[in-house]
Design a protein around this ligand. Structure first.
Ligand code: NAD
Length: 473
């Protein structure tokens, strides 16, 4: 029998499940349709498991460096099975948490594949959902007032470099490796490529990164990319930029071998395994978009700033709409979408206020415009930078690499962007995010007292450095 709902959500990832909770708080009757597991990419194939592995890599590296702190320990050995078990237990704990939150919110969860139906006996408008149930039972039909499409994204591959679950992997497969390779080629030096390069190098794997563009982390501020290049090289990662990977030259035997065009030269690279991290494409196939007027542009669902598609009762959020493919963006979009459908008049999201983070060692975090973007937009800018090596707490920590860079508008003194590379910067960027939301000036950021000794002093000092007033440098 068909079931009526105020809202049916396709996809139980970070965008979908957070939206479901907010909708339930607002008194809506909500159904969630999920074909795999609640928690989606972030919890099962992305943020959480990769950060758990990165943490083990960090502990392994720091144990090897323990004598610097006066702690003499035997050479550590790595038990990768235990590393994977720890990762899985964190994922399981959080997964149970999400299941509990759905129960608490009285959200009906349908385990199956949801498809949007066109106008029919169920509804004069497109939007009724047919759920092909995982347990093989008859399809469920759900009749909603509103739909939220939050079906996420999947790793892209390249011609000739298709995943084979043995030698060629994306991050999906790499997360489940039962043992570490002794060497790996990573195609793509973006966020995933650099996080994995950092992690695997810390685990002792020989890593080569092949990046098509002239710089790794191409969307970051150029100074940050440059510093990361230096740090990755110091870690022993072989970074090759301007690298055109020739997919048709791939040979697989006991490992992989591939030719790469680098400017006027062609080189061959070999390794035990290959990880392809060249972006993610939206999951828009087979979800019934053809039964609607929803527009798909460059592979992503098009929405307005309240995440309504061309069918005003069908919303979409998260990776499936493109933009910043980040878990915290997806959840924020989901909340705005739900509040909009419940007539709560939410504020649209400003992408310049969204922090982004890279959990490599060292970490990278940023909010707002890069120096290059500010220039393109015609700003006359002033910048201030401050290195962690001049911060007492960084010396105490034994983590002195990196810096904070603050960019402001020379005319209005508005804060345009904050970019950081260094220890724990992913935990510190929220201060800069708040400063952007409150439209603070660097003077106001510096006027907010940074406790001593903390790593956050680098933010205050970089803000002072915009006018040349830094104290310790
Ligand atoms: P990305 O867009 O960050 O990086 C892809 C990289 O691959 C780019 O540097 C690009 O120039 C390069 N590339 C593309 N084609 C290539 C080719 N043929 N040969 C060599 N290099 C090539 O994509 P990603 O790293 O796959 O990550 C996917 C998405 O997931 C991103 O939007 C990212 O922000 C998100 N993500 C975020 C986090 C985080 O927040 N910490 C972690 C993982 C992923």
């Amino acid at each position: 029998m068909a079931q009526d709902y105020d809202l049916v959500i396709l996809g139980g990832g970070t965008g979908g499940y957070v939206a479901a909770i907010r909708a339930s708080q607002l008194g809506l009757k909500v159904a969630m349709v999920e074909k795999q597991e609640l928690g989606g990419t972030c919890l099962h194939r992305g943020c959480i498991p990769s950060k758990a592995l990165l943490r083990s890599a960090e502990v392994y590296r720091q144990t090897k460096e323990a004598d610097q702190y006066g702690v003499e320990a035997a050479e550590p050995t790595l038990n990768f099975t235990k590393v994977q078990e720890r990762k899985q237990s964190i994922v399981d704990t959080l997964h149970n948490g999400v299941i509990g939150l759905m129960k608490k919110g009285k959200i009906d969860v349908y385990e199956g594949f949801g498809r949007i139906l066109g106008p029919s006996i169920f509804s004069p408008m497109p939007g009724a959902i047919s759920v092909e149930m995982n347990n093989g039972e008859e399809n469920e039909i759900l009749i909603p007032n509103n739909v939220l499409v939050a079906t996420g994204s999947s790793p892209k591959s390249l011609p000739g470099l298709e995943v084979d679950e043995d030698l060629i992997m994306t991050s999906d497969e790499a997360l489940h490796m039962s043992e570490l390779p002794s060497s790996i080629i990573i195609v793509g030096g973006g966020v995933i490529g650099i996080e994995w390069a950092s992690m695997l190098a810390d685990f002792g794997v020989e890593v080569t990164v092949l990046e098509y563009l002239p710089q790794i982390l191409p969307t970051e501020d150029a100074d940050i990319s440059k510093e990361m290049l230096k740090q990755m090289k110091q870690k022993g990662v072989n970074i090759v930029t301007n690298a055109k990977v020739l997919g048709d030259t791939l040979t697989k035997d006991n490992g992989v071998s591939i030719n790469v065009e680098i400017e006027d030269d062609t080189k061959t690279y070999t390794a035990d395994k290959m990880l392809v991290s060249v972006g993610r494409s939206a999951n828009v196939k087979q979800i019934g978009l053809e039964n609607t007027d929803i527009k798909v542009e460059n592979g992503f669902i098009e929405t307005n700033s309240f995440y309504q598609t061309k069918e005003s009762h069908i919303y979409a959020c998260g990776d499936v709409i493109g933009g910043m493919q980040l878990a915290h963006v997806a959840s924020h979009e989901g909340i705005i979408a739900v509040e909009h459908m419940a007539n709560k008049d939410p504020l649209p999201m400003n992408v310049e206020e969204v922090p982004s983070c890279i959990y490599s060692n060292p970490e990278v975090a940023s909010v707002g415009l890069t120096e290059q973007q500010a220039k393109e937009q015609g700003y006359e800018q002033k910048t201030g930078t401050f290195p962690f090596k001049s911060v007492g707490k960084a010396l105490v920590q034994g983590e002195t690499d990196g810096f904070v860079k603050v960019i402001s508008d020379a005319e209005t003194h508005d804060l345009l962007g904050v970019h950081m590379v260094g220890p724990h910067v992913t935990d510190m960027i929220s201060e800069a995010g708040l400063a952007k939301v409150l439209d603070a000036t660097p003077w106001e950021v510096a006027h907010s007292i940074h406790p001593h000794p903390t790593l956050s002093e680098a933010i205050g000092e970089a803000a002072l450095a915009v006018e040349g007033n830094q104290i310790h440098g």
